[in-house]
Design a protein around this ligand. Sequence first.
Ligand SMILES: NC(=O)c1ccc[n+]([C@@H]2O[C@H](COP(=O)([O-])OP(=O)(O)OC[C@H]3O[C@@H](n4cnc5c(N)ncnc54)[C@H](O)[C@@H]3O)[C@@H](O)[C@H]2O)c1
Ligand SMILES: [Zn+2]
Length: 342
Amino acid sequence: MEQAIAQAAAALAQADALWIGAGAGMGVDSGLPDFRGNEGFWRAYPPFARRGLSFVQVANPRWFDVDPELAWGFYGHRLALYRQATPHQGFALLSRWAARLRHGAFVFTSNIDGHFQRAGFAADRLVECHGSLGWLQCARACSPALWPTGALELDVDGVTFRARPPLPACPRCGGMARPNVLMFGDERWISVRSEQQEAAQLEWLGRLRGARLVLIECGAGTAVPVVRWTAEGLARRWGGRLIRINPREASGPADAITLECGALEGLHALAEALGEAGLPRHGGEETGATRARAEEASAQRLRGPTALFSLCSEAQLPAASRRSRRRAWRRASAASSAKSVR
Ligand SMILES: NC(=O)c1ccc[n+]([C@@H]2O[C@H](COP(=O)([O-])OP(=O)(O)OC[C@H]3O[C@@H](n4cnc5c(N)ncnc54)[C@H](O)[C@@H]3O)[C@@H](O)[C@H]2O)c1
Ligand SMILES: [Zn+2]
């Protein structure tokens, strides 16, 4: 692994821009469970083991219709868990490196825990491709509105993992509200927020002409491989160097640098290899009118359409990422469709 770390550090030391991809494994060193296989999921949620329900079966929007106390028990518990956890030091290392690069960093994560924002990453430099627990929507999608989860707390029974009423309601139709998170077999997820974030990512990538891009992917699994596919695709298309950090699923394209270890350990090792001097200083991120204009444009996009009861359009999402997200989701859903939700 030493050679891989030296290679990764060398690539990072010459980078102008950093793309960060993160899956559930990124949160493991902050004390959060990943949902690797039924065993991993059931260890985290024993009541579902007793009922023989897998992650794919529980993370299904139908529960908000047929058993909202179960649905909110699961998501309410995760909300509290993610709030209580503190993002580990690897987030701070990434953020420190990003601050020194001419083009800074852009984050792409399937995590719904908001930990990158809590670690100080800018909200307009981030794609949450599976949505976020920080936002709510109508479970029936009676309108495309999203509203912030804010300080919402669910009263979740510690043994049954069921939430006790009152449960969050849609301010428009009075029906059940749900997190704005993409679930399995989810026809009602309102994707406008993620689409706007993906448009901002494309804009950032478009500004990298001639820049040296490094991609660090941490803890992205193979079961729902959106983060892995995105990382590999971007590395190919933008000619960037991919560094994949994963203790169990580190394999990747031949030209990727793979660190077979946890995210915190891998990022620490990289920091050490970079030494005191760390990354070269480019005088910080790009400044001036171009950057200010781009930031204002993306802030406007993020402000406008996510406001309560605003309109959204699927067409805003770049076709390639729409297709890749749906393909990955269909594959994962198909793998589990033998067992229907009860
Ligand atoms: N924190 C969260 O928001 C969270 C947590 C669990 C699952 N999810 C959701 O579950 C779905 C599945 O996600 P996934 O495919 O990324 O998860 P997964 O659970 O299938 O895979 C996790 C990956 O992390 C790796 N890993 C385990 N420990 C690690 C560590 N210490 N450091 C780095 N990597 C480690 C595993 O080898 C695996 O490849 C996604 O939609 C995701 O949104 C989110
Ligand atoms: Zn409604």
